[in-house]
Design a protein around this ligand. Structure first.
Ligand SMILES: *[C@@H]1O[C@H](CO)[C@@H](O)[C@H](O)[C@H]1NC(C)=O
Ligand SMILES: *[C@@H]1O[C@H](CO)[C@@H](O)[C@H](O)[C@H]1NC(C)=O
Ligand SMILES: *[C@@H]1O[C@H](CO)[C@@H](O)[C@H](O)[C@H]1NC(C)=O
Ligand SMILES: *[C@@H]1O[C@H](CO)[C@@H](O)[C@H](O)[C@H]1NC(C)=O
Ligand SMILES: *[C@@H]1O[C@H](CO)[C@@H](O)[C@H](O)[C@H]1NC(C)=O
Ligand SMILES: *[C@@H]1O[C@H](CO)[C@@H](O)[C@H](O)[C@H]1NC(C)=O
Ligand SMILES: *[C@@H]1O[C@H](CO)[C@@H](O)[C@H](O)[C@H]1NC(C)=O
Ligand SMILES: *[C@@H]1O[C@H](CO)[C@@H](O)[C@H](O)[C@H]1NC(C)=O
Ligand SMILES: *[C@@H]1O[C@H](CO)[C@@H](O)[C@H](O)[C@H]1NC(C)=O
Ligand SMILES: *[C@@H]1O[C@H](CO)[C@@H](O)[C@H](O)[C@H]1NC(C)=O
Ligand SMILES: *[C@@H]1O[C@H](CO)[C@@H](O)[C@H](O)[C@H]1NC(C)=O
Ligand SMILES: *[C@@H]1O[C@H](CO)[C@@H](O)[C@H](O)[C@H]1NC(C)=O
Length: 764
């Protein structure tokens, strides 16, 4: 039988409104399984987006209502409802348009009501014993004028993103299976059976009157596969019957010592809980409510001090999810999983009838985070140390069938073997060719994974100067402690490799611009990009040094000469020992952070991740704009990693700590000598150390000033009336040649890093 879910049943059957269509099932409220904990909700306003999160033991979902503001760019912003479920990375999306008026005149909003504030759960047990319950959310939606539902997309968030971010792509296989129904109680619904022939997503609307909660003089009608609404209020419901994930219990997200954070930073801990499941941690809401390897590992590295440890906790969810999805043949870490309806659709594109999940392996950076994170957990964490054997003996394949018959330990080994193999050529001959390149045919491969992220560069800075050596150091440690015990020589070999990668890669990327040329470049950039603020060129008091984003860029650029924040990877992940190199490097980082944009990276809205002012080719200013996802914009987690990285480097200067630790294990004289040797030169060079300390504090001042933004994915700005103003990317034009604009997630896993990263008052 066809699954029809009438609205009366969607509100728990408490209302005895007569269902019209034959197979609507009224169910008493008591059928909903009781939850021990109260529902967790979060309402976040970020105009033109209003975000609402709802989760309880039966369902987790997010609703995003978009309603154009008077100054919204109507080619990017239109009235829209998105409902996103972490389960299956699923979603329902409806675009609305005014029925009569011009674009921009229809506004929509969710209201607090007797139904929910504003959301309430939907739970409908299946009438077919074997099927999952249909679960979702409902609430009251108000239209200020008559409207049509111009486009529904039901099924996967990926299908919705292909429309929203791609060139308005819709797939006939998916759109043609939409079914429209209307009922005599005045409601109208759209249903879609997924390509798996099992799951159904439904989106329904019923006229509503909040004064008495039962009826309304509004109406919704179905005509020619379009819903038409009179102005007024409607009870909407979005539901689907795909199996839900297993949420981590609150005390399995944070460790006991960090439990207070739920009181001190309730917004961030609620968001973290919404993103935390025993199967995986999710990268961000709403666009990335699923597994992303890089995002979850960077998050775990930054959040490790506050995350829970042990079986069934956040740390193990992250590492387990990564291992489960490794390519067994070559040890490659999965970047993004393809699951739910989009997996079946993707398989069909290869003429395969299967609902099996898939993985995208195009990124090159993700491999390297894994051993680093394994070291942090299985060697440095006391709970993690006790978990090695149980964890490594876990059978793979329960989520990713491609890895059946292997253990997580074997997959970890495959990853380490890959890293050693890829790192070897450069250790033999330090040429540009032997550096790690993006994969053939890909323009992305590390975290700046948008069209102009690294400017077409083939050899990214972060991977080559930081991730490879840090991963090698960790493999060496893991081998030394018997975790890769089969590989007897790795403990030594991997350390030798690491030293070469640490010391011999930075020079390839270094750029030095003479002072007067640098000043002129900054002035002409300010003119060319019509930057309305002061150009700060006079703050350039010496030659400018920075490190290219990548090598071998577009337009035959040998180096992609964009000043950037990727220095933070080296500061956060490595204790390098080549003193001359480290002093120059950390001093350059500090100077570039401290200088105001466009002479440097600092602005009133935070430290920018890119500054193209020092590139001579006009292509730099054209492509790294305020409207580019990785342009002259701010990313929260980069602020966190830079702050933590500088703190760790300054921590190396504390002789007393090293000294007292060594005193315990050796003679006094030996200890002194050793401790002294371990302190980097920059620590005793006052001009550099003070520069680093000042950069650290100025960065923290700016982080504190922008605390409202920190949990969001990223933000941009406009300069108006003498000040910077935080601005949505979708209010700015996309960079040249891109059809769609990117929408920043309201909450992003790695942007929650400030739960664990805070200012070290010792450096004030
Ligand atoms: C109005 O908005 C719709 C959907 O966003 C778009 O397709 C259409 O082109 C717009 N019409 C005008 C006149 O701008
Ligand atoms: C809706 O209710 C919530 C919870 O009581 C409250 O925080 C919020 O301010 C209300 N919103 C409006 C628009 O009244
Ligand atoms: C779903 O049913 C259709 C029609 O019977 C069939 O062609 C298709 O292969 C089925 N899909 C799956 C994933 O089983
Ligand atoms: C609810 O209120 C509306 C208008 O306020 C009215 O037309 C309708 O009859 C009322 N319905 C009930 C069941 O009281
Ligand atoms: C129904 O919609 C289709 C596609 O939008 C359109 O071509 C057709 O003319 C419409 N039919 C009526 C009766 O409005
Ligand atoms: C939690 O907060 C309470 C009250 O502020 C304090 O007494 C307690 O020490 C804190 N616990 C931890 C682990 O920080
Ligand atoms: C896994 O790696 C092998 C060897 O590099 C490759 O041939 C295969 O296509 C990869 N699998 C996937 C799903 O990408
Ligand atoms: C799938 O099958 C169609 C029809 O037989 C064929 O044209 C197409 O090339 C096949 N696609 C793939 C990826 O094999
Ligand atoms: C975690 O605990 C569960 C339940 O006790 C057990 O079944 C599972 O094997 C454990 N997993 C690991 C990796 O230790
Ligand atoms: C796992 O082993 C079983 C039994 O030998 C075999 O049928 C299955 O294909 C294997 N799975 C994979 C992914 O290799
Ligand atoms: C290193 O590579 C360069 C450039 O490919 C080559 O000319 C040189 O002979 C190589 N050196 C060694 C020791 O292999
Ligand atoms: C670097 O040194 C600091 C302080 O001395 C230490 O806390 C940190 O763990 C070290 N990091 C690495 C990657 O070895």
């Amino acid at each position: 039988m066809k699954l029809h879910l009438g609205l009366a049943s969607l509100i728990g059957g408490a209302l005895l409104a007569a269902p019209a269509s034959g197979d609507v099932h009224l169910r008493p409220r008591s059928n909903t399984p009781k939850c021990i904990n109260p529902p967790s909700t979060l309402s976040l306003s970020d105009p033109p987006y209003e975000n609402y999160f709802y989760s309880d033991c039966n369902v987790a979902a997010q609703a995003v209502i978009t309603s154009p503001l008077p100054d919204s760019n109507l080619s990017n912003i239109s009235p829209r409802l998105v409902v996103a479920w972490p389960a299956g990375n699923s979603g329902a999306c409806a675009f609305f348009a005014p029925q009569d008026g011009p674009n921009g005149t229809l506004s929509i909003e969710l209201l607090n009501s007797t139904i929910g504030k504003p959301l309430a759960p939907v739970y409908n047990a299946s009438s077919i014993g074997t099927q999952n319950p249909s679960v979702g959310i409902q609430g009251i939606l108000r239209f200020n004028s008559s409207a049509i539902l111009s486009l529904p997309i039901l099924g996967s968030i990926r299908t919705i993103r292909d429309f929203v971010e791609g060139a308005s792509i819709v797939y006939p296989e998916i759109q043609d299976s939409l079914e429209y129904t209307s009922s005599s109680d005045g409601s109208a619904s759209i249903h879609r059976l997924w390509l798996d022939n099992v799951t159904t997503t439904s989106l329904s609307f019923r006229p509503w009157n909040s004064s008495n909660g039962t009826s309304s003089n509004g109406s919704v009608t179905v005509s020619n596969r379009t819903l038409a609404f009179e102005a007024g209020e409607y009870l909407f419901s979005a539901e689907m019957n795909y199996p839900q994930l297993s949420p981590l219990k609150p005390n399995a997200v944070l460790n006991a010592a960090s439990a207070n954070l739920t009181k001190d930073m309730p917004d961030q801990t609620t968001a973290l809980s919404f993103l935390s499941y025993s199967e995986k941690l999710l990268a961000g809401a709403w666009r990335f409510l699923t597994y992303f390897g890089r995002d979850s590992m960077i998050s775990a590295l930054l959040l490790e001090p506050v995350l829970s440890n042990g079986n069934g906790t956040a740390m193990e969810a992250v590492i387990g999810a990564v291992l489960e999805r490794i390519n067994r043949t070559d040890g490659n870490v999965c970047h993004e999983e393809t699951i739910g309806d989009y997996a079946t659709w993707t398989n069909l594109q290869s003429n395969i009838t299967s609902i099996a999940m898939g993985c995208d392996y195009k990124m090159i950076d993700s491999d390297y985070y894994l051993p680093i994170l394994m070291q942090r957990y299985f060697l440095d964490n006391p709970v993690g140390r006790t978990r090695v054997s149980a964890f490594f003996n876990t059978s793979a394949g329960s989520i990713n069938p491609a890895n059946q018959n292997l253990t997580w330990g074997q997959l970890a080994l495959a990853n380490a073997e890959r890293i050693i193999r890829l790192a070897e050529p450069f250790t033999k001959n330090q040429t540009r060719e032997n550096l790690i390149h993006l994969k053939e045919g890909q323009v992305v491969g590390q975290w700046r994974d948008s069209e102009y992220g690294i400017g077409g560069g083939r050899i990214p800075f972060d991977v080559n100067t930081a991730l490879v050596p840090a991963a090698l150091r960790s493999i060496s440690q893991l081998a030394k402690k018997g975790i890769f015990k089969e590989q007897k020589n790795w403990s030594k070999l991997s350390d030798q490799y690491a030293k070469i990668w640490e010391d011999k890669t930075l020079n390839f990327f270094e750029v030095t611009v003479p002072q007067s040329k640098a000043q002129n470049l900054v002035k002409s950039y300010a003119n060319a990009s019509s930057f309305a603020g002061p150009n700060h060129s006079s703050s350039i008091d010496k030659d400018v040094t920075f490190y290219s984003l990548a090598l071998n860029g577009n337009n035959n650029l040998s180096k992609v000469e964009v000043m950037n924040t990727d220095d933070c990877f080296r500061h956060f992940l490595l204790n390098t020992t080549n003193n001359a190199q480290l002093s120059t490097f950390i001093n350059a980082t500090a100077t570039n952070i401290r200088r105001q944009f466009p002479a440097g990276l600092m602005t009133d809205v935070g430290m920018l991740i890119s500054n193209p002012a020092f590139g001579e080719d006009s292509v730099y200013a054209q492509n790294w704009t305020t409207g580019a996802y990785h342009g002259t914009v701010v990313w929260s987690w980069q602020l966190a990693m830079m702050a933590k990285g500088l703190e760790l480097q300054m921590g190396r200067c504390e002789v007393t700590t090293n000294f007292s630790m060594m005193k315990k294990s050796g003679g006094k004289v030996m200890a002194k000598a050793k401790a002294k040797a371990a302190v980097p030169d920059f620590c005793t060079d006052d001009s550099i150390f003070e520069n680093v300390k000042a950069a650290y504090n100025e960065l923290w001042d700016s982080i504190e000033k922008n605390s409202d933004q920190l949990s969001t994915e990223m933000w941009s700005w406009v300069y108006q009336n003498g000040t910077y103003k935080v601005t949505q990317l979708t209010d700015l034009p996309a960079p040249p040649g891109l059809s769609g604009q990117t929408e920043s997630d309201i909450r992003q896993l790695w942007s929650l890093a400030f739960l664990a990263v805070s200012r070290n008052e010792d450096y004030k």
